[in-house]
Design a protein around this ligand. Structure first.
Ligand SMILES: [Fe+2]
Ligand SMILES: [Fe+2]
Length: 259
């Protein structure tokens, strides 16, 4: 496509492919294919992280035309088959961002699964037991890997892709007791420092559809169960990224409907 054409990025998370929902996902991808140039999948691609479930998604990816990029989610680790899951998806042509950022049609994508630990002044600190320190360092490491990916991109637009939420605003709607398990502000820092154009995430199936980082970067929760509830006829987010310096045209019909 010509460099001057806007790039339409479809974003979606938490499709949880498994026996029983193949037709639903296939139809969904077919609909997205009529509206987008790229598909971003923000984790929880499978139901329980089984290679056989990844095969279901891989077949669907192979049968459609869109380039697919994304990250894994916590569910994709459940069955200890994460290497097989990655191999199956990569063989189908999906570009996993955990290892390296990727550019499509002049738009850069950097991503990690992320991890949790809470938000703002209540973020978990690396203090006390070694286990707590390891836990916090896992989140810090994920943030550093996202930072490295964003840093390596030279494109005008940089899309940050996460499974866990980088801000509190987009998990509101979930029980407040589990907010610390849905994401971490430590993931917000690289998005702001490297001035990402936009960030997308999933995991908070009952959160809120959009928010902003401290520096004003738009953040979209694209969890499929959430968007099915809010916009059932269009349960995904389309971001239109225009060259060279227009940010995004996000306030689509979806935003107005959820206001
Ligand atoms: Fe999920
Ligand atoms: Fe998840």
């Amino acid at each position: 496509m010509p460099d001057t054409d806007p790039v339409r990025v479809a974003a979606l998370a938490d499709i949880h492919a498994r026996e029983g929902n193949e037709r639903e996902i296939r139809d969904l991808f077919g609909q997205i294919g009529t509206e987008a140039d790229v598909l971003v999948l923000a984790g929880d691609l499978t139901g329980r992280g089984q290679a056989a479930e990844a095969e279901i998604l891989a077949d669907i990816i192979r049968s459609q035309r869109l380039p697919v990029v994304g990250v894994l989610g916590n569910h994709d680790y459940e069955s200890d088959q994460v290497d097989q899951v990655k191999t199956v998806l990569c063989d189908a042509g999906m570009h996993l961002l955990d290892d390296e950022p990727h550019e499509i049609h002049g738009v850069g994508f950097a991503g990690v699964k992320g991890f949790y630990g809470g938000f703002g002044s209540h973020v978990l600190a690396p203090f006390g037991e070694p286990l707590v320190k390891r836990f916090v360092h896992e989140t810090i490491d994920e943030g550093l890997r996202l930072e490295s990916g964003l840093h390596r991109l030279r494109s005008a637009h940089r899309v940050a892709v996460l499974h866990y939420a980088p801000i509190r605003e987009t998990v509101v709607g979930e029980p407040e007791e589990i907010f610390p398990f849905l994401g971490s502000s430590r993931l917000e820092e690289p998005i702001d420092r490297f001035e990402a154009t936009v960030a997308v995430h999933g995991h908070a199936h009952h959160g809120a559809p959009e928010g902003r980082t401290a520096h004003g970067v738009p953040v979209y929760n694209v969890a499929y169960p959430l968007l099915q509830t809010l916009t059932p006829e269009r349960p995904y987010r389309i971001l239109t990224l225009s060259a060279p310096d227009v940010a995004i045209k996000p306030e689509s019909e979806q935003s107005r409907r959820t206001a």
